[in-house]
Design a protein around this ligand. Structure first.
Ligand code: SAH
Length: 391
C-alpha cells in the first residue's frame, strides 16, 4: 500500500518504483509511510517535525531514528526528502535575499526572501544571532519580542520558466520548461526560513511561472505550507495573469488565500501588446470572472498594474481602469516598472506615479504603490536567473 501522495511509476521496462519525496506529505501520510517501512507510528510525528520544523535534508539527518534503519532506507533508495541545493545567493543592501536553487533534475529556479525590518539598526545583528539557532525559528509578528523583523515574506516560483511571455517580464523572455512539484515549492519557503533563522510570515506566488497553469501542485503546496509548516492561508497571495476559466475554478476551492490578478492595462488593445496570451482572453471576460470569484468566495481581489511611462500611466488610463473596477470589492497595487535588459520600457517618475494614484483615489478606488525590493542584487523579477544561470 502506498499513501495518497506517493507516486508509483510502473511503465513497461521500468523495474523499480520511484516514490514521491517526503516533503509535502501530511502527518497521516508520513505515519503510514514509516509503518510501511517497519517503524512504529510515533516515528511519523518525529519525521513530520524534522522535515517541517528542523530542516532535515535527508533521513540521515534525523538523529532520533535508528541508525541501521536509516542506512537500510538509503541503500534501498527510499525516503528521499526532496530538498533543493543552493546554487547562488545574493543579498541586497535593503536586506532582500535572492536565492537560485538547483532542483534534482538540474533546473534552476528563484526564490526571494523579503524582510520588513522592525528597527533598521538592530536588525542585522539580531539576524546573525538568530541564524545560529539551529532549530526553533522565532516568529515574525508583533507577539515576538526577539524577532528582528515585523514580517518575512517569501516570493516563490511555481514553474521553471513561464509560458505566458509577458513583454515586460524577464522570466517570460526565457521560455518555459516545466511545472514545479509541491515539494519544490515548499522547499523554497523552508530554504528562506532557514537562511534568515526566522519564521516566514507571508508567501507570495510572484516568482517564476504562472501558478494557475499548475493549480493542482500549487494548491497541494498551499495546503502543506498551511498545515505542516504552519503559515496561515490569509498570509498567502496567489498572483495570476489570468487563464480563461481558471479563476472561477479556483473559487470553488474556497481558500483563504488572497488572489492577485495582473491586469497591467486599462483596455484590451493595450493589454494585448503587453501580454500576448490576452489575445484569447478579452479584458471584459477576465473582469467578469473576477467578479464571480468575489461573489463565490466573499474575498476581495488585488489587481496588479505595472506602470510603464507614457504607455499606460496617463490620467485617461486611470479613468478607464476605474470604470472597469466600479463597485468592485478590490484593491489596486501599482508597480512602477522594474527595468529589464531585453526591452526598453521606462519607469515613470514619482510625480507621474502620484498623479495616477490620485486619479484612482478620485474614483474612490483603494490603491497602493509597491516598489520592487532588491533591485541592487538583481533580486527583482527574473533578472538574477537570467544573468547567473550558467554561473
Ligand atoms: N504569472 C503570475 C505571477 C508571476 S509575476 C502573474 O503574472 O501574476 C508576479 C508579478 O510581478 C506580476 O504582477 C508581474 O506583472 C510582476 N512583474 C514582472 N516583471 C516585472 C517588471 N519588470 N517590473 C515590475 N513588475 C514585474
Amino acid at each position: 500500500m502506498h499513501s495518497s501522495n506517493s507516486l508509483e511509476l510502473t511503465s513497461p521496462g521500468l523495474t523499480s518504483s520511484i516514490s514521491a519525496p517526503l516533503l509535502g506529505r501530511s502527518l497521516a501520510d508520513l505515519t503510514a509511510w514509516v509503518q510501511q517501512h517497519g517503524q512504529p507510528a510515533y516515528r511519523g510525528k518525529q519525521l513530520h517535525q524534522w522535515l517541517y520544523q528542523q530542516g532535515a535534508r535527508s533521513l540521515a539527518d534525523i538523529s532520533v531514528f535508528p541508525k541501521a534503519w536509516r542506512a537500510e532506507m538509503e541503500a534501498a533508495g527510499e525516503g528521499e526528502v526532496g530538498r533543493s541545493h543552493l546554487h547562488y545567493r545574493a543579498e541586497a543592501p535593503d536586506g532582500t535575499v535572492k536565492f537560485l536553487l538547483r532542483l534534482q533534475d538540474g533546473q534552476i529556479i528563484e526564490a526571494v526572501g523579503i524582510p520588513t525590518f522592525r528597527r533598521e539598526s538592530a536588525a542585522k545583528r539580531q539576524r546573525l544571532d538568530a541564524a545560529h539557532q539551529d532549530s526553533a525559528f522565532p516568529s515574525s509578528g508583533s507577539h515576538s519580542d526577539t524577532s528582528p523583523y515585523s514580517r518575512l515574506t517569501v516570493c516563490v516560483s511555481s514553474q521553471v520558466g513561464c509560458p505566458m511571455a509577458c513583454d515586460f517580464c524577464a522570466t517570460g523572455k526565457g521560455g518555459y520548461v516545466r511545472n514545479l512539484e509541491p515539494h519544490e515549492i515548499i522547499d523554497q519557503v523552508l530554504t528562506v526560513q532557514e537562511d534568515f533563522g526566522q519564521r516566514v510570515s507571508n508567501i507570495v506566488f510572484m516568482g517564476m511561472g504562472e501558478p494557475l497553469l499548475n493549480t493542482e501542485n500549487v494548491l497541494a503546496a498551499v495546503r502543506s505550507l498551511n498545515t505542516d509548516v504552519g503559515i496561515g492561508q490569509r498570509a498567502m497571495t496567489l498572483s495570476t495573469v489570468g487563464i480563461p476559466g481558471h479563476i472561477r475554478q479556483l473559487a470553488q476551492h474556497q481558500l483563504q488565500v488572497t488572489l492577485a490578478v495582473s491586469l497591467h492595462a486599462s483596455n484590451q488593445a493595450l493589454r494585448e501588446t503587453l501580454i500576448p496570451t490576452a489575445r484569447r482572453y478579452p479584458l471584459e471576460a477576465l473582469i467578469d470572472e473576477c467578479r464571480d470569484y468575489v461573489q463565490i468566495t466573499g474575498r476581495r481581489i488585488s489587481f496588479e498594474y505595472i506602470l510603464l511611462a507614457e504607455l499606460n500611466d496617463r490620467p485617461e488610463h486611470a479613468d478607464q481602469l476605474a470604470q472597469h473596477l466600479r463597485g468592485f470589492q478590490s484593491h489596486v497595487n501599482l508597480i512602477p516598472y522594474n527595468p529589464i535588459q531585453e526591452v526598453d520600457y521606462k519607469r515613470p517618475d514619482p510625480r507621474r506615479v502620484q498623479s495616477f494614484v490620485q486619479a484612482l483615489q478620485d474614483h474612490h478606488i483603494a490603491v497602493s504603490v509597491r516598489y520592487s525590493r532588491g533591485l541592487e542584487a538583481d533580486a527583482a523579477c527574473g533578472q538574477l536567473r537570467a544573468s547567473r544561470k550558467d554561473g
